[in-house]
Design a protein around this ligand. Structure first.
Ligand code: 5GP
Ligand code: ZN
Length: 113
């Protein structure tokens, strides 16, 4: 999608602080971090949000989830962390390209607002 911010980051057209990169996945630091570690993990392929991932995408979905664990390891979040994906306006999604937030480095409260 030519007008998608995260597609542009995935294509290298917009710079990002990259933490992890594979052929089909990218992890980069959130521009407005909500915790000492706040990394976004995305598939390079565009999906609006997690509800657009189907059984046909199961291998990619597994690799994205596995990348969140890898990010946690790279960021030494051994005390724990949170993986969050927001969907739609009620879910608080502001960028329409599926992404998983990896948040850690402090105690996180629950429930979220
Ligand atoms: P959402 O609100 O959709 O769940 O998460 C989108 C996230 O993308 C937000 O946490 C926001 O700070 C982050 N973000 C928005 N624009 C940029 C950007 O240009 N670069 C980076 N690295 N993060 C961004
Ligand atoms: Zn996109």
């Amino acid at each position: 999608m030519s007008d998608c911010l995260f597609c542009k980051i995935a294509a290298g057209e917009i710079p990002a602080d990259i933490v992890l990169e594979t052929d089909d996945i990218l992890a980069f630091r959130d521009i407005d971090p909500q915790a000492p570690t706040h990394v976004l993990v995305i598939p390079r392929q565009h999906f609006d949000n997690v509800s657009d991932l189907t059984r046909d995408d199961k291998d990619l979905a597994a690799r994205v989830l596995s990348a969140t664990a890898e990010v946690a390891q790279l960021e030494t979040l051994e005390r724990g962390y949170r993986v969050v994906t927001n969907v739609g306006s009620d879910g608080g999604q502001s960028v329409r390209h599926v992404h998983f937030h990896v948040l850690g480095g402090r105690g996180l409260t629950w429930p979220p607002g």
